[in-house]
Design a protein around this ligand. Structure first.
Ligand code: DQA
Length: 147
């Protein structure tokens, strides 16, 4: 099983950006955390981060041609603005799970819309790094290949 993990803008600044909201651990720690989960579950994973909307759209499209089975996506701020990312997820029809480190439902009004979420089968928000673990495990179950 092949998963693609996508992280959007400013997530590369973890540990530096608003630690009260996003935690003190940095992006390298998040990558290590996700890689460990995938290794433990014998899942192949590719982790991609970009600050650019078009690059994220390109990566989603590429996933179709690579035969990616599932996508875990934290579109970060693009969650609340990007119809292009929503359309890309719909275009490839790859089962996708939305993750947010923070509990967006308890934050500002402008964060209450999730475009990407409209194309996702599940959302985990407010669980910090653990949300990525929950998303990988959910997709394994969803894709019917849990080992
Ligand atoms: C975020 C929540 C978004 O609203 C915000 O713009 C982010 C991170 C999260 O992981 O909690 O950059 O996606």
């Amino acid at each position: 099983m092949k998963l693609l993990i996508i992280n959007g803008p400013n997530l590369n600044m973890l540990g530096i950006r608003e630690p009260d909201i996003y935690g003190k651990e940095n992006y390298t720690a998040l990558i290590a955390y996700i890689e460990d989960i995938c290794r433990d579950n014998k899942v192949e994973c590719d982790i991609f981060q970009s600050n650019h909307e078009g690059a994220i759209v390109d990566r989603i499209q590429q996933a179709y041609f690579e035969g990616v089975d599932g996508i875990v996506i934290n579109p970060a701020a693009y969650t609340h603005t990007s119809v292009a990312i929503l359309d890309a997820l719909k275009a490839v029809s790859i089962p996708s799970v939305e993750v947010h480190l923070s509990k967006v439902s308890e934050r500002e009004d402008f964060r209450q819309v999730s475009y990407a979420g409209m194309a996702c089968v599940k959302t985990y928000a407010g669980f910090g790094f653990e949300g990525y673990k929950m998303a990988v495990e959910f997709l394994m179950e969803y894709l019917g290949k849990k080992s």
